[in-house]
Design a protein around this ligand. Sequence first.
Ligand SMILES: Cc1cc2nc3c(=O)[nH]c(=O)nc-3n(C[C@H](O)[C@H](O)[C@H](O)COP(=O)(O)OP(=O)(O)OC[C@H]3O[C@@H](n4cnc5c(N)ncnc54)[C@H](O)[C@@H]3O)c2cc1C
Length: 546
Amino acid sequence: MNFSNLHRKNIAEQLTSKQFDLLVIGGGITGCGIALDAALRGMKVALIEKNDFASGTSSRSTKLIHGGLRYLKQLEVKLVHDVGSERAIVHRNARHVVIPEKMLLPIVQDGSLGKNSSSLGLLVYDLLAGVKKDERRKMLNKHDTLKAEPLLATEKLVGGGLYFEYRTDDSRLTIEIAKSAFDNEATLLNYTESKSFIYNDVKKIVGVKALDKLSNNEFEIRATTVVNACGPWVDLLRKEDNSLKGKRLLLTKGVHLVFPYEKLPLQQAAYFDVGDGRMIFAIPRNNITYAGTTDTVYNQSIDKPQCSKEDAEYLLKAINTIFPTVSLKKEDIVSSWAGLRPLIYEEGKSASEVSRKDEVMISDSGLISIAGGKLTGYRLMASKIVDLVAKKLNKDFGTCKTKNFRLSGGEFSNEVDFLKALELFLERGRKAMVPSEKVREWFFRYGKNVSFILDNVIQLRATNTDTQQLFDIAELHYCIAHEMVAHPADFLIRRTGKIFFDRVNTEKQLDSLNSLLSQQLQIESSSSQKNLAEVKEEFEAAVLFE
Ligand SMILES: Cc1cc2nc3c(=O)[nH]c(=O)nc-3n(C[C@H](O)[C@H](O)[C@H](O)COP(=O)(O)OP(=O)(O)OC[C@H]3O[C@@H](n4cnc5c(N)ncnc54)[C@H](O)[C@@H]3O)c2cc1C
């Protein structure tokens, strides 16, 4: 059986008929990471996600696998050490979606970071994270800092530091983890919401009542342990369980703006001080450059956070100050996204001061809730939770096996193997008449699984004369057959990131892509129209700024 909504009925049947060791609620990176870890240790594990996988915070981050340099200032030494050391592991296990990226930290006169403190801070950062000697930070004088990034404001610049990070695509990383969990016998289903808990006669949770949002069927899932990995929604489930006591979430919103590359043509990714205690990233990626983030306490609808006019103005001002010649305006923004950090409330601390540490809460009914943390530390969080679950199950499931486990698409033994595979795919692409840029785009999205898409191109060429459409169909076919796509937004937001990285061109194709998807999944006309209206609304909201 494939990880596909074409097999939805069978997957739902498994959910209702099996007795699971572990049920995970929430299909962000935290939940999917837990499902994979548990499956690799041989647990019977299920995961349900109320919308699409990664539709919450896990598709709305800064998309970096980073140690959190800024947390050093808050003396979060253990956090920096833990997540910093994870970067190389996450990269090694998913080379196609976790790519090394040099980051420039400009140092300005009277800024919050001095030359000596930055040099020391970056060195400590490298040492804590165990960065290899040849990849450690390099301090630059003013001239070399400007050579690295000529758009920087010169007046107050005194120098810079170049240091090592990784960029990723958060939702793709999450999907690769979900796919890997499924390939290892976990049962995962999107568009399935946990509605209420089922308790036994001593008031312990033994499962949930769930709603399949595509068929409107309600069913029960039985499990010995239940983990609440609902990110910003964690407290809603704790409330449902009557266990919202003690620690609570503090939600803070972070937004990112996207510009055409020619409007913000950075040579180099940068992490700069805004002067109000906040730091902002500006990251060039193919045809766009994106920048963010803000950090403001959030009390509105959790389901649809948006970038407000004030958020956009704040970021525009910050970017125009550090890169004064670009003079960006609101009209230059081509897309945006807003995400919610599920942090743990700490008395007297502002949004950006609150720790990014993860926190585990266990209720009297046995519900294990996890919140906080980072994408980067997902594997460590998962291992901690699965250790706890194994203890509750009172059975030896062995130790964590994810450290050297290659995620779906990322099955390369080392960098040489990775580059060799890229060459082989480029060669196969030439034979299938697929331009090398397209093969590269797919390779850095699907890794080794690009093989399926190239096969699709060959099979479909006879019946499709429009080349662009042929490539879209081949890719969509793969995502439907192997990545659980059920809605056009799944494909355009979470599987390909087109809404963020190619919104203007993609907007013109929404109707045709929706018809293709509806045809393949046999979605009836009224639902197909509804899907189209929903995805159009998402595309419009990305540049609305109300
Ligand atoms: C602006 C911003 C920038 C960030 N940048 C970075 C970064 O660059 N690097 C980094 O390492 N980290 C970063 N982070 C942190 C990181 O994104 C989060 O820690 C991580 O994505 C949280 O994942 P999660 O799975 O816990 O939550 P989510 O991704 O929100 O997943 C929770 C899921 O639970 C589902 N759910 C809710 N209720 C139910 C229910 N009743 N039934 C079933 N499912 C349900 C939701 O639909 C959702 O998909 C950033 C965060 C933000 C907000």
